[in-house]
Design a protein around this ligand. Structure first.
Ligand code: AMP
Length: 191
């Protein structure tokens, strides 16, 4: 099994690169942001609660996203591996992910972080907001709050994987295909 955490701030290109990676390696894409937006679209209670936090650029509770990942792992028993995108965002989520994978006799192979400076993230997300229909992409203040939440609550997840010798980072600014090439080289060598 090949299990990869694709890491980085909002707008770093995780979703774009995930799409290419799942085809290249035949993996299942697990994006907690996408799973939450699906709950919102279905009008579930979980979706309603999450939407308020998401629209403000704040994290939803660990228990909610961990529960969603737990059921996604169970509903894909024959997957040859997973790309985790936007998860884990806290150290508690990272610990739970290790526990959940252990139950399936699996582990994280590596974390790959895409590094992009804040001004570029803000520009990319405002551009995406013109077509994405995401309220959290359409307002600079909310975008900067998401980046702030990443810097204060999420960035430390990198240390969790660094302590296991699983952390790798790449420059996330450049041509999509060139960045993809670098990611695959890293995965083939180190994950
Ligand atoms: P994303 O699509 O990854 O940018 O996520 C959009 C929003 O969903 C985030 O700003 C959070 O409000 C929420 N979210 C997504 N993944 C998580 C997570 N792992 N933990 C907490 N909140 C999350």
């Amino acid at each position: 099994m090949l299990n990869i955490v694709l890491f980085g701030p909002p707008g770093a290109g995780k979703g774009t690169q995930s799409q290419k990676l799942i085809t290249h390696y035949n993996l299942v894409h697990l994006s907690t942001g996408d799973l939450l937006r699906a709950q919102i679209a279905q009008g579930t209670e979980l979706g309603l609660t999450a939407k308020k936090l998401m629209d403000e650029g704040l994290l939803v509770p660990d228990s909610v996203v961990i529960g969603m990942i737990d059921s996604a792992l169970s509903t894909n028993p024959t997957a040859s591996g997973f790309i985790f995108d936007g998860f884990p965002r806290t150290v508690a989520q990272a610990q739970s992910l290790d526990d959940l994978l252990a139950r399936h006799e699996a582990t994280i192979g590596c974390m790959i972080a895409l590094e992009v400076v804040e001004e570029e993230l803000v520009a990319r997300l405002l551009e995406r907001g013109k077509t994405s229909n995401r309220p959290d992409d359409q307002n600079e203040e909310k975008i900067r709050r998401r980046v702030h939440v990443y810097n204060t609550e999420t960035a430390q997840v990198a240390s969790y994987y660094a302590a296991q010798n699983k952390f790798h980072s790449l420059n996330g600014i450049g041509e999509i295909d060139e960045i993809f090439e670098q990611i695959t080289q890293l995965i083939d060598k180190a994950c």
